[in-house]
Design a protein around this ligand. Structure first.
Ligand code: UDP
Ligand code: MG
Length: 320
């Protein structure tokens, strides 16, 4: 099968028939063999009935329905597990992404050798309250992830080589950083294509401004786990040791300073009279705790079932 189109949706009943007809037209025109995977993320409107109806009329339509609303990432993850196409396309259900982009995205994966191609909504039809923070979001994501050539990390319209979606795991709200996840999994041929974007036709957006706070926290998590997930001691141990030794030296300065003054007949006070003593003590305690956090982190990492899960690309066996 050429293409799997994975569509996560939450209360998008009005858009679905139009979207399905549009995709079907593009697929026919280009002679693609395809499947559409609708992932109903616990919609409370009649989206699922609409999908059942679409599936009756088009054998290429598949559907999965969650019992409750889990979020876009779990929906994508579920779709990815089921996708059979050589190229997997994701798109939003709200008609903001155009199916007309699919043939070109397909070509970029199959002929140009990209592992992942992300859409870039260069001209966006969203409110300013969203487009401005998005610029900041993307600049930060570029910096932290090291993927310099992407302008729009969170574009819903993306294309993947099948093995990419089978390898990466999207959970929580991590759909915002799929290119970063792919890069961490070793898929470095990441491209971008300018795509047409439309204003939302029906319904309303499912994400508020908290997306930016959560997005920022998730980025830190991803940065941390990709750098130190397998070896937490390298992070906590270094930080803890540094703090401990700074504290130790400070305590020694306070202590020996007093002894020196005593010995030379100068003025001296209780060490506990000096604020430096308390600062030094706190630093030593925090340093020790960071270090112990490193040990606990190592114990947890050691128990991970994925600690030796490497993706082997090719191998040469001995032969006669
Ligand atoms: N979506 C989903 N589960 C959710 C929230 C959103 O499956 O909990 C879907 C939604 O139906 C749409 C896509 O994710 O197909 C993008 O959502 P939306 O259009 O609201 O985001 P925006 O375009 O405002 O960034
Ligand atoms: Mg949208």
């Amino acid at each position: 099968m050429d293409i799997s189109i994975v569509i996560p949706l939450y209360n998008e009943a009005e858009s679905l028939p139009e979207l399905e007809a549009w995709i079907q037209r593009v697929m026919k025109e280009n002679d693609f063999s395809y499947e559409i995977l609708f992932i109903n993320d616990g919609s409370t409107d009649n989206s699922w009935e609409v999908i059942e109806e679409l599936a009756r009329n088009n054998p290429n339509v598949r559907g999965v329905s969650f019992r409750r609303n889990y979020g876009k990432s779990p929906a994508l993850n579920t779709g990815f597990a089921r996708a059979n196409g050589d190229v997997v396309i994701t798109m939003d259900a709200d008609l903001q992404d155009s199916p007309d982009e699919i043939p070109e995205l397909y070509k970029m994966i199959t002929s140009d050798g990209y592992d992942l191609v992300s859409g870039w909504k260069q001209k966006r039809y969203d409110p300013l309250s969203k487009t401005i923070p998005t610029k900041l979001f993307n600049a930060t994501a570029r910096k932290v992830s090291g993927i310099r050539n992407l302008h729009d990390f969170n574009c819903g319209l993306k294309a993947y080589r099948n093995k990419v979606v089978k390898r990466i795991e999207i959970y929580g709200d991590m759909h915002r950083y799929i290119p970063y996840l792919a890069k961490n999994a070793g898929f470095t041929r990441i491209g971008e294509k300018v795509v047409h974007h439309q204003a939302r036709k029906y319904g309303k957006t499912k994400f508020g401004l908290d997306r930016f706070v959560n997005g920022y926290l998730d980025l830190i998590t991803l940065w941390f786990t990709s750098k130190f997930g397998g070896k937490p001691m390298h992070f906590f141990g270094l930080l803890g040791s540094l703090m401990f030794f700074v504290g130790l030296i400070a305590v020694m300065i306070v202590g020996f300073g007093k002894l020196w003054n005593m010995h030379n007949g100068g003025q001296y006070h209780l060490v506990t009279d000096s604020p430096y003593f308390y600062l030094a003590l706190t630093t030593m305690i925090l340093g020790t705790q960071l270090f112990l956090t490193g040990f606990i982190g190592e114990l947890i990492a050691r128990n991970s079932i994925r600690r030796n899960d490497y993706e082997i690309e090719t191998e040469i066996e001995a032969h006669e």
